[in-house]
Design a protein around this ligand. Structure first.
Ligand code: 5GP
Length: 173
C-alpha cells in the first residue's frame, strides 16, 4: 500500500528559496570561491540546485556518513562511509545538508572538517528542526524551519524511497 504524504513545500516554493540562498551566498562570498560539500544521499538534489544559483566560482565534492545502530534515531556516533575526493586546505567550505535534526551528525562532521585546514567553514541546510536539537549546531543558511515531523522528498527518504519526489512532504506513519 502507498504511504500517505501531504505536501509541505511545493517544488516552486523550494526552488524560489534555493534561489534566495544562492543569491545570499554569492553576496557573502563576493570576490572569493566556494567549495560545496554535499552530504550523500539526502543533499544531492539540494547541492546541485544550489550550485546552479551561486554566481561566484563553485567547486563540489560529496561525502557519506552514517550513524551506528538504529537508523531511525541518531546515536551521536558517526562513521564516514565515503570520504571526500579532494583536500579542503585553504578552501571556503560550505557543508550542504538535507536536514538538521538532533544535530549529532553535523556536530561530529563539522568538527572533523574543521581540522582539515579550511579557510572557512559554514553550514547550509535545506531543513532545520530546532525543537529536536541535542547538540549546538549553528546553521548559517537555512531553507525552512520545520516542526517535529518526518519529511520526505527532494532527496529525503523513507526506507530509501521517495527521494525523487520534487516536493517536500510529511509522511503519515
Ligand atoms: P541528526 O544527526 O541531525 O539527528 O540527523 C540528521 C539526519 O537524520 C539527516 O541527514 C537525515 O538523514 C535524517 N533525518 C532527520 N530527520 C529526518 C526527516 O524528517 N526525514 C528524513 N527523511 N530524514 C531525516
Amino acid at each position: 500500500m502507498d504511504d500517505k504524504i501531504s505536501v509541505l513545500y511545493s517544488e516552486e516554493t523550494i526552488n524560489a528559496r534555493i534561489k534566495e540562498i544562492g543569491e545570499q551566498i554569492s553576496r557573502d562570498y563576493a570576490g572569493k570561491s566556494v567549495h560545496l560539500v554535499g552530504i550523500l544521499k539526502g543533499a544531492t538534489f539540494f547541492t546541485c540546485e544550489l550550485a546552479k544559483r551561486i554566481t561566484v566560482p563553485v567547486t563540489m565534492d560529496f561525502m557519506s556518513v552514517s550513524s551506528y545502530g538504529d537508523s531511525t534515531e541518531s546515536s551521536g556516533i558517526v562513521r564516514i562511509t565515503k570520504d571526500l575526493d579532494d583536500p579542503l586546505e585553504g578552501k571556503n567550505v560550505i557543508v550542504v545538508e538535507d536536514i538538521v535534526d538532533t544535530g549529532n551528525t553535523l556536530s561530529y562532521l563539522l568538527d572533523n572538517l574543521q581540522k582539515r585546514g579550511v579557510d572557512s567553514l559554514r553550514l547550509c541546510a535545506l531543513l532545520n528542526k530546532p525543537e529536536r536539537r541535542e547538540k549546538d549546531v549553528v546553521v548559517d543558511y537555512t531553507g525552512f524551519e520545520i516542526p517535529d515531523a518526518f519529511v520526505v522528498g527532494y532527496g529525503l527518504d523513507y526506507a530509501q524511497k521517495y527521494r525523487n519526489l520534487p516536493y517536500i512532504g510529511i509522511i503519515e506513519p
